[in-house]
Design a protein around this ligand. Sequence first.
Ligand code: PEP
Ligand code: MG
Length: 585
Amino acid sequence: MSKQAHLQGSPEHSAMVCLHGQGVVKGYAIGRAAVMSAASLEVAHYRIADTDIQAECLRLKQALQAASRDLQAMAQALPDDAPRELGPLLNVHSLLLDDPMLYEQTCALIESRHYNAEWALTAQGQVLAEQFAVMEDDYLRERASDIRQVIERVLREMSGSPAFISDLVTSNSSDPLIVVARDISPADMLRLRGGRFAAFLTDLGGPTSHTAIVARSMNVPAVVGMGNVRALVRDGDILIADGFLGTVLINPSEQVLAEYRERQAGYQQERAELALLKDAPAITLDGIQVRLQANIELPEEAQEALAAGADGIGLFRSEFLFMGRRTLPTEEEQYEAYAAVVKTMQGKPVTIRTLDIGADKTLDGDVTVATNPALGLRAIRYCLANPAMFATQLRALLRASLHGHIRVLIPMISHMHEVHATRRALDNAARELEEQGVAFARNISLGAMVEVPAIAIAIEPFVDALDFLSIGTNDLIQYTLAIDRGDSDVADLYDPMHPAVLRLIAHIINAGDRGGKSVSVCGEMAGDSRVTRMLLGLGLKEFSMHPQQLLDVKKEVRLAHSNALRVKVASALNRAERIDLASLA
Ligand code: PEP
Ligand code: MG
């Protein structure tokens, strides 16, 4: 339902345009549009004479250098209160800008096709962005937007008017402002920081785009992937952004404004009430104690987890330490990062997942590649195939666990010999540290993500061999239903409520209970308060989710009667029937 505009209206008020996109941060905002410039849509394309080629390449080089200097200066002067994601994101942009290939290949287009520098750069950016856009991995696919943002930056530099920000931002008006942009780069975010922005709306981007990440950290509603919001909205228009529905209403009537003001006040009231639950226990009406933990991607997020009242970190996706850089993080860097999280969590358990990175996804020219990266050398398979890199991570984990309670989580286990190989690698790392006289903690817990259906079906030996299990429903659903989790063409078939998925989850939880091992869910299902009752009905007692979802889930837990839910869910699953969530309310 994205990227469409339609007119809404009634005879008594003027027609109002409603645009749809993807709501990535919930909430309502009412304010004036601050429309940001998009140089890539505004620059002229023309051919140049032979004699101008050299000067054009020089103009390109100077713009690249100026943009790079600008970014470096920004990264160095990063204010303390800047959203913590900005540093690494600016770093990714610097790396892209400084890549000599960007200059060389763009210059080659100026020479061979006689494009002006702006045209050549836009064309080269398109080629690079398309290469990223077809990648399987969500994170890498999102890097297509980094390319576009870097190109945009250089184009602004060449236009001689690097202004991105609407005049309204610098005006004295006290109205809340809603940023409307083609896309928002990390550097743009930094410039916008401190402004009184009520929401972010962008033409491009998905749930893992920078706009989404930073808006989430600023707790400001955001709708991305709107297609043409920037073209349809004028600076100063009155907007209503709805982060729940993923919509924006342009110049709504007084009646609609009043209705949304009421919704906004209701939502704020709801958030304030939820905040009171922070220190309340997560216990069902029939006295079942539930553990609510947090998923984090960067060490700094542990603070947010603690503030939300999390019982620990259920999933630290360590791969984020490895991304957006040219070299692997050293043992020391990793040790610092893991130790920082453990210290922040003040004795609460911290579950750190070993590197979960995908297979090599580069396409080989025009030749169709037969391998499927989702089924390839990823996660634990990749780590076991790169023992030196894996050993570095395991050493850092063993050392950091001196500072608190670390649990090591292995992603994508599909065979028992992978568990044995991981244990051996962990033992070897411990022996090496011992021989070198480096301090580390012994008896670290080892658990596995259950995300491959094979081990979900034949789970019992894994319960015996491991200390704990964590169900990665995002991948478990993908592999069980044969639905690519990132492919929007089949997104409607990605169904967490499929009886086969629910039976697998129930089977894993029951096996864990029988073997006396803890089982958590750390996929997106765990943080979706609409399915909390379902998970309780499946017997789940440990959830791990984004810190911002924690209180919504806690509220559901405290209103649920676990045993009644278990009876209802079990009888439906026996018959492999679809369960209507409303029937569990
Ligand atoms: C999952 O697969 O559910 C999971 C938590 O891991 P990720 O989303 O990082 O693949
Ligand atoms: Mg996974």
